[in-house]
Structures are given as structure tokens and as C-alpha cells.
Design a protein around this ligand. Structure first.
Ligand code: TK8
Length: 348
């Protein structure tokens, strides 16, 4: 009996130790807010941010502002660590990590977020946005906030829309001015079936892929076209193998910034306030830098020798004429309330 007890106690000890080890030994520290350590106020809470963009991208500049503000405003009680360049994963993986509570914050393009929360497909209506200021107004206003609130259905708490930029089409084969010019091109899209369908309707052969794989895929000619804001094209050096750029401005896909809903609810009101204020500053910074960084990127691409084609209204209309099937699809994926609010706000 004694022997049995000794074995049992030893087993229990081993079990306790191994659970303890796996908790603290994972290379990705669990989200501190979720780890139940909030009670000890002397221990700073370290919160991690992961994104798949570059360090000179407007969203990263925004996150730096967030870090500075939150750390100083909390008197050092909240520490922020930022992991850019997809170090923790691509857009889809980052979203999954936040859903699981293993990462505290991320900002991903609205399009790869749509498969997690289909209401976000509303932002995938091509040519819905044209003017930056007006776009910010809509996103920060009723329409954008209604959309943001829907993230709770995916276990997420939306915090703000950082700048990514208006998207342009680039390719290595020929100048593109109309959908006919696109026929047969292999175009990389974000992980979003509406995007795939749109390019398919234009006669292309779309392939979804993470941004981190895009440069190599273009170099190895797995795909010969893609679409992204100038900033991402330049920072990703995509222009080096994409001599033709069409200034389509077909989409504005903001970097949606969010955290885990349970984690958010576990924070004190004071902590929530500091974080939301930090995010508001980050959004403002990313937008302030956005236009400038975008213009600089455009110049760099042009100086490199790429041909930038400005499309006429008639040419843009030819793209719009292809769109009715995807409008129907988006209508089926989103709620009438969100669709109508956006349609009204954008005068679409
Ligand atoms: C980076 C990506 C990227 C996006 C894309 O996180 O994948 O084309 O525009 O900026 O989200």
C-alpha cells in the first residue's frame, strides 16, 4: 500500500512539473492577459503584437506609436513586444493565434479576415472607395463600427482600421487597361474567394497565396501578376519583376486591428482605455504616414523603370461591368444591415 502511495505521489509530482514546464516553456509565450497573472500588479504584463507587414509600412509605424503610448501611460505596467515580417505567421495564421488567445494583437488585411467573419466581404466590393478622407470617415463612422462589432461573432474584439492603401494591379506580361488585357494571366490573390472570382470574371487564372510567398512566386513565374498598394509593391521589391502597373485603385483593404474578445473582457476598464487610446493613436499615425509612404513608393517604382498606366473612366467602367455576380455573392455572405449601411455611406 505504502509503495503504491509513493508511486502515485511521484506520478502526480511528474505530472505537475511537466504541466508547469509546458506552460512556460513554449517558444510563444501565451498571451499574458489570458494567463491569469493579472492579480500581481508588481509584475508588468507583456502583450505581444504580430503582423505580416514590413517595418517601414504605415501599420508598423502605427504599432510603434501604440507601444510608446501604452508603456508610458501604464507607467510601465503594460509592456508591448512587436513581431513584424510574418515572424509569427501569415495573415491567416495570425488571426488564428489571436482567436486561440495565443497572441494578443494583430492587424491583417480585411480580405483574409473575411473567411473568419464573412461580414468583412463587404469591403471586397471593387471600386467602393475612391477618396482617402471619405474612406476614413466611413470606416470610423457608423458603417465601419457596425462591421467592427461583428467581429465578436468570431471571438474577436475589433479596435481600429490602420492604413494599408489603395490597391493597384501589376504584371510582367503586358500593359493592362481593360479586362480583355487580363485574359490568361496568373494572378496572385489574398486568401479570399471573392477576389478569386473577380479576377476569374476578368479572364485571369487566380491563385491565393500568403504575401510572404509572393516575391518568390513572381520570380519563379508561378504567377505573373498581383495586386497591392504601392507601398507593399515597393517594400516587397515586387516591382523588380513587374514592369507593368495599372493604377486601378480597385480596392481599399484596411489593416483591421483586433484582439481576443475573452482577453479584452478580462482587462480592467483602465487597461482597456489605455489600449484603445493607444490604438487610436496608431490608426492616426498609420494614416498620416500612409499617403506619404504610398507616394514615395510610387515614385521609387516609376524611377525603377516600371510603366504606370492611369486608366480612363471608361476603362474602369469595363471592370465594373464584370462585377454583378460577385455583388450577388457578397450580398449572400453579408447581412443586409451591413451591406445597406455601406452602400448608403459610399453612395455606391
Ligand atoms: C501583409 C498583407 C499584405 C496584403 C496582401 O500583412 O497580402 O497582399 O496587402 O499587406 O496583408
Amino acid at each position: 500500500m505504502k509503495k503504491f502511495l509513493v508511486v502515485l505521489l511521484t506520478l502526480m509530482l511528474i505530472l505537475t512539473l511537466s504541466v508547469g514546464c509546458s506552460g512556460s516553456g513554449t517558444e510563444a509565450e501565451p498571451a499574458s492577459g489570458n494567463s491569469g497573472e493579472g492579480g500581481d500588479s508588481s509584475e508588468p504584463m507583456t502583450l505581444r503584437v504580430g503582423h505580416a507587414g514590413f517595418e517601414i509600412q504605415p501599420q508598423h509605424l502605427g504599432w510603434l506609436k501604440f507601444e510608446e503610448y501604452v508603456e508610458s501611460e501604464s507607467g510601465g505596467a503594460i509592456q508591448i513586444e512587436i513581431f513584424p515580417n510574418a515572424q509569427l505567421g501569415n495573415d491567416r495564421e495570425l488571426c488564428e493565434l489571436v482567436q486561440l488567445g495565443e497572441l494578443d494583437f494583430t492587424s491583417i488585411s480585411s480580405s483574409p479576415l473575411a473567411p473568419f467573419d464573412p461580414e468583412f466581404y463587404v469591403l471586397d466590393i471593387p471600386f467602393m472607395f475612391s477618396d482617402r478622407e471619405k474612406t476614413y470617415e466611413i470606416l470610423d463612422g457608423e458603417a465601419g463600427q457596425l462591421l467592427m462589432g461583428s467581429l465578436e461573432n468570431a471571438g474577436l474584439k475589433g479596435l481600429g482600421y490602420m492604413e494599408n492603401g489603395f490597391r493597384q494591379l501589376s504584371n510582367s506580361v503586358r500593359e493592362i487597361r481593360t479586362p480583355e488585357d487580363i485574359a490568361g494571366l496568373k494572378i496572385r490573390t489574398m486568401n479570399n474567394d471573392i477576389h478569386m472570382k473577380f479576377w476569374e470574371l476578368c479572364g485571369a487564372n487566380p491563385t491565393p497565396m500568403a504575401f510572404g510567398e509572393l516575391y518568390t512566386a513572381l520570380k519563379q513565374k508561378v504567377v505573373n501578376g498581383q495586386e497591392n498598394p504601392y507601398t507593399n509593391i515597393a517594400q516587397g521589391k515586387l516591382h523588380e519583376c513587374q514592369p507593368y502597373i495599372s493604377e486601378t485603385n480597385h480596392l481599399y483593404t484596411p489593416f483591421v486591428t483586433f484582439t481576443n474578445l475573452d482577453f479584452w473582457n478580462s482587462l480592467t476598464e483602465e487597461q482597456q482605455k489605455i489600449i484603445q487610446e493607444g490604438i487610436d493613436l496608431a490608426v492616426a499615425e498609420s494614416r498620416e504616414q500612409g499617403e506619404k509612404v504610398d507616394a514615395e513608393a510610387r515614385e521609387l517604382i516609376e524611377d525603377y523603370g516600371c510603366e504606370i498606366s492611369i486608366l480612363t473612366e471608361d476603362e474602369i467602367q469595363q471592370f465594373k461591368d464584370k462585377m454583378s455576380p460577385i455583388l450577388e455573392d457578397i450580398g449572400a455572405k453579408t447581412s443586409p444591415e451591413i451591406m445597406d449601411t455601406f452602400m448608403e455611406a459610399t453612395n455606391y
